[in-house]
Design a protein around this ligand. Structure first.
Ligand code: SF4
Ligand code: FES
Length: 387
């Protein structure tokens, strides 16, 4: 029998020992009232019909905690669509998880914020699409969402939570970053994640209309630096985290801290994944309805396939940096090259790096307008369903 040590210090996958999954992301549902064109959900999300029940989710939380998981995020889709969210939060809290709700705020109201607080929810992160209501409406496919988000951001703060906002940046809103940060400041935000769009799922489908140009990116970084200085001069404590898009790096990120190293996603139907995007890879992932979570994490073929470094091809195989970035992101490698075991093309040592350079060149020119992007919705998803 494998010796499964349940401590963070034991997470050293590159040395042949698999540690515990410290992070659990519970994607409660793919249902969502919004239709964001940059959504990272799988294109065929409409194919996923049988969501885990409340009891099944509680069993997942219990198993994950017993394995050593300590942090968990409730996400989706929109997790507030699930009417049992408060019950699941309470159970997660009882088990000893630190809990985070990642939400659009649609489905939230003052009563529900209080109920979540009473259930023991530790942290709420609300997404904003833009400062301009028209841009926000075009990105999310909803005219009403923007005002609701602003109201709920204030309500979350009034309920005693820090106001943590997430703004996904792309070529249609990045030039308004000054106004976006000013809006967050006016709202009284405590922290703002300015996250350049990660190009998975629907965002990858819409890549030509989302990826900013290098000039846009440089201007946005300068704006962020300027705001940091201004905030510091005012003694205003609003943290700005600027997340650079992979496509403008020369080295890839160590995605998820490594495949099956510390992070585990459970999808709405119970499929267990090493990351939120992996279900589009050409491999099949077991579900919690079929096998215990512990067995899936430690012993299943998909979780072991890209652990460590023995699976790597050149140039990663003989690269001194392979333990720092674990060869990059498997999903990005697959989306760009068709081979999930390839070196992430973001790396300038990759033979496929020209694909990234071509995308950058494309982004420097005219791109699809906002209204030409494909909104994420059930109708569009059915086109991609396998059934
Ligand atoms: Fe990382 Fe592979 Fe590039 Fe080396 S060749 S820096 S391991 S992605
Ligand atoms: Fe799946 Fe990076 S997003 S491995």
């Amino acid at each position: 029998m494998t010796d499964h040590t349940d401590t963070a210090a034991a997470n050293q996958p590159l040395h042949g020992h698999t540690g515990a999954p410290l992070w659990l992301l519970a994607e409660l549902t793919y249902r969502c009232p919004l239709q964001c064109s940059y959504c990272s959900n799988p294109l065929d999300f409409a194919d996923v019909k049988e969501e885990l029940t409340t009891d099944e989710w509680i069993d997942v939380l219990t198993q994950a905690r017993a394995m050593g998981a300590v942090q968990m995020g409730f996400s989706g889709g929109e997790p507030l669509v699930r009417q049992d969210l408060e019950m699941l939060v309470a159970e997660a809290r009882r088990l000893g998880f630190y809990t985070n709700l990642i939400t659009s705020a649609l489905g939230l109201d003052e009563a529900r914020i209080l109920a979540l607080r009473e259930a023991g929810l530790d942290h709420i992160q609300i997404s904003l699409q833009a400062s301009d209501p028209d841009v926000a409406a075009a990105v999310a496919g909803s005219r009403k969402a923007h005002a609701k988000k602003l109201a709920m951001a204030r309500a979350v703060k009034a309920a005693g939570y820090p106001m943590v906002l997430n703004v996904v940046l792309h070529r249609h809103n990045i030039d308004q970053l000054d106004n976006i940060i000013a809006l967050c400041d006016d709202l009284g935000a405590d922290a703002v994640e300015l996250a350049n769009c990660q190009l998975y799922g629907w965002a990858h489908l819409n890549r030509a209309g989302l990826l900013p140009s290098e000039a846009q990116l440089e201007a946005a970084e300068a704006t962020t630096r300027r705001w940091r200085e201004t905030l510091a001069e005012r003694g205003r404590d609003m943290r700005l985290l600027f997340v650079v898009p992979d496509y403008y790096s020369d080295r890839p990120k160590a995605c998820m801290g490594g495949w099956g190293a510390i992070f585990m996603t459970v999808a709405p139907d119970g499929a267990v994944l090493p990351c939120h995007s992996a279900r589009m890879l050409p491999m099949s992932f077991p579900t919690v309805r079929e096998r215990p979570l512990r067995e899936i994490w430690y012993d299943s073929e998909p979780f072991n396939r890209y652990r460590g470094d023995s699976w790597m091809q050149e140039p990663c195989r003989s690269c001194d940096e392979r333990r720092r970035d674990v060869g990059g992101c498997r999903c990005q490698a697959y989306l760009l090259t068709g081979d999930p075991a390839a070196t992430d093309p973001v790396c300038d040592l990759s033979p496929d790096h020209h694909l990234i350079e071509a995308a950058r060149r494309e982004a420097a020119g005219d791109a699809r307008t906002l209204n030409e992007l494909t909104l994420r919705n059930v109708h569009a998803s059915r086109i991609f369903c396998r059934a």
